[in-house]
Design a protein around this ligand. Structure first.
Ligand SMILES: Nc1ncnc2c1ncn2[C@@H]1O[C@H](COP(=O)(O)OP(=O)(O)OP(=O)(O)O)[C@@H](O)[C@H]1O
Ligand SMILES: [Mg+2]
Length: 331
């Protein structure tokens, strides 16, 4: 960025005091976190971390859709939910197992765990235990800063930060002049990510790929979209992240979540609305944009269309509820 000398983050003086904002009382300094993370065995699989200190931006929704899309692409996925209170990702994957049992349908499943005792050591142990043969580990981080959030970011191969498509949701990435729209300084989350990445690089732990993606994009709000696009255009080179294709605001991402299903699954469940191509493209686009380097080692999930049958033993209430929501509405 042309104005990169306007402000700095991390870098410069190397003493811990020089970076005191990252170690407020009660917070663990990035250097301590990174040192701890680098002392442990790295996970075998590619670690994709969904994190943003801003709450409600779609981390769990995207983590879930990403887990399903990568499973369809042939990856063996372990999902780790660090949000032990909400457990959105874990619940969705648990509901998915319930759906498979109740309806007797055939869709790929994903192993999932919640990290109840939140230490870096236990997170690494859990990944080694439950995900030793996983080609991808997806970690969903709660929407606030914490030592475990910092640890998760520091072991990422790919960090995905969803942002809602409004200026106010970018505050944790950058501070913008409201009149000119110019970037004035770094937001707290962007500073933290850069600090963790820099610590890791300087300690010989390599780097990670930071991907920011817009979520809940509403095409009706064109002016707002242009402002957000311009803000992201300024932020990307400053903080060295790249932009992935976004997700639009779609009921599709909410309505099936309770059943642990995505639109990619609809072709395996007869009698429901058909998968809408743009929705499926967005979900597969998210997985593709992560550019996970290693090739999937497992067979691609391609069991054809509509082969699934609702089991005779299926829970009536369950299938009625799913069908009520998902049957095409006659006009
Ligand atoms: N693209 C989308 N279209 C429509 N609704 C969405 C979309 N993405 C997320 N949502 C909805 O937005 C809400 C917040 O999403 P989600 O729980 O995934 O956010 P989060 O970042 O994980 O939140 P938290 O910080 O609380 O963990 C949910 O109700 C979810 O269904
Ligand atoms: Mg969440």
């Amino acid at each position: 960025m042309a104005d990169s000398d306007q402000f700095t983050f991390g870098g410069g003086a190397r003493g811990d005091e020089a970076r005191a904002p990252f170690a407020l009382p009660g917070e663990v300094h990035p250097s301590v976190i990174v040192r701890d993370a680098l002392s442990r065995v790295r996970p075998n699989g590619h670690v994709v971390v969904f994190a943003n200190e801003k709450g409600g931006v779609g981390k769990s929704t995207l983590a879930f859709h990403c887990a399903v899309a990568l499973s369809y692409a042939g990856h063996k996925v372990l999902a780790v939910d660090l949000d032990r209170r909400q457990r959105s990702l874990d619940s969705a994957l648990e509901h998915r197992e319930g759906t498979v049992r109740s309806l007797g349908v055939d869709v790929p499943l994903t192993r999932h765990v919640v990290l109840h005792k939140q230490t870096g050591s236990l997170l690494s142990q859990e990944i080694a235990r439950a995900g030793s043969d996983s080609s991808v580990v997806i970690i969903d981080v709660a929407g606030h800063d914490s030592a475990i959030a910092r640890y998760a970011i520091s072991i990422a191969d790919t960090l995905v930060t969803p942002v809602n498509s409004s200026s106010v949701d970018l505050e944790l990435l950058g501070d913008f002049d409201p009149v000119t729209g110019r970037l004035r300084g770094a937001g707290q989350f962007a500073k933290l990510v850069c600090e963790l990445r820099e610590e890791r690089e300087q300690r010989g732990g390599g780097t990670f790929d930071w991907v920011v993606m817009k979520n809940r994009v509403r095409t009706s709000e064109r002016r707002q979209q242009m402002r957000v696009n311009e803000a992201l255009r300024q932020l990307a080179p400053q903080f060295d992240f790249r932009l992935a294709r976004g997700f639009r605001e779609r009921v599709a991402y909410r309505e099936l979540f309770a059943f642990g299903l995505t639109h990619l699954d609809l072709r395996h469940i007869p009698g429901l609305v058909k998968m809408q191509a743009p929705t499926g493209d967005e979900i597969m686009g998210l997985a593709a944009d992560l550019s996970i380097p290693q090739q999937p080692v497992f067979e691609k999930w391609d069991h054809g269309c509509g082969k699934g049958r609702i089991s005779e033993k299926s829970s009536r209430a369950f299938s009625e509820s799913l069908h009520a929501r998902m049957q095409p509405v006659s006009t």
